[in-house]
Ligand binder design. Structure first.
Ligand code: PRP
Length: 221
């Protein structure tokens, strides 16, 4: 008889969590409780497989994983970079693909060439800081916003923004362009370093099953 304890997953609420659950279902990991959209429950359990799931705000997922409140998390690479927590990134899940970019009006492109002290608005101040200070060696003023960041240059709060570009339609509809690409993004699986050691076999086997399933997706494309 095995006395397995629960493996706990923190999933970033919304599209990423739905995509993750679809992927888990394909490898036989289901959580029926979670499908009830009217439920106000916060933690969902699969007793048979000894798995627990909870949904959290994206930026909180690395926090739960770092402290070991969740063994495994699924969240966008943007959040992982911004939060900079002590977690292992073990797998690129391939969905939620988009790019972190410096954007602005075409006229702002020049401001990025001459190390001028410009204003940069972003929901991701740490990513913006790292890009401008460490990669471009350009001193800038970073202004933290919480959403609708494209407003920054439109109302002259900032010269440029650092933000996620997926289809590019928000930029197009507001007369803004991608000026530079910071990095590509997608959903990633992260693991608590202690869990990775203590539950190594279970976690490695799960990761390899998911990896195989993703390869299967690629083959059937
Ligand atoms: C994100 C991002 C961009 C937009 C990019 O915002 O911050 O604004 O999506 O997508 P697109 O290239 O397909 O237009 P989100 O919708 O999450 O809302 P927010 O602006 O409030 O952060």
């Amino acid at each position: 008889m095995t006395d397995k304890h629960y493996l706990t997953f923190a999933l970033g609420k919304g599209r990423l969590a739905n995509k993750t659950l679809e992927l888990f279902e394909e490898i036989g990991i289901t959580c029926e409780e979670m499908k009830d959209k009217n439920s106000r429950k916060l933690i969902f359990v699969n007793e048979e497989l000894k798995l627990r799931f909870f949904l959290a705000k994206g930026p909180d997922v690395p926090t739960y994983v770092e402290y070991g409140a969740a063994d495994i998390g699924v969240v966008g690479r943007d959040t992982i970079l911004e939060e900079n927590r002590n977690v292992y990134e073990v797998l690129d899940l391939g969905f939620g693909k988009c790019r972190m970019c410096v954007c602005g009006p075409a006229s702002a492109a020049e401001l990025l060439q001459h190390h001028e002290r410009i204003r940069v608005a972003s929901k991701y101040p740490n990513i913006a800081k790292d890009y401008f200070y460490n990669k471009k060696h350009q001193t800038v003023d970073i202004i933290k916003l919480n959403g609708s960041v494209e407003l920054g240059p439109l109302v002259e709060l900032s010269d440029v923004i650092v933000d996620i570009v997926e289809t590019g339609s928000t930029l197009r509809e507001n007369g803004l362009d991608v000026l530079e690409e910071v990095c590509p993004l997608s959903a990633r699986m992260i693991v608590n370093p202690v869990s990775m050691q203590m539950d190594s076999e279970r976690i490695r086997s799960l990761v390899s099953r998911i990896r195989e399933q993703l390869a299967e997706h690629d083959r059937s494309k």
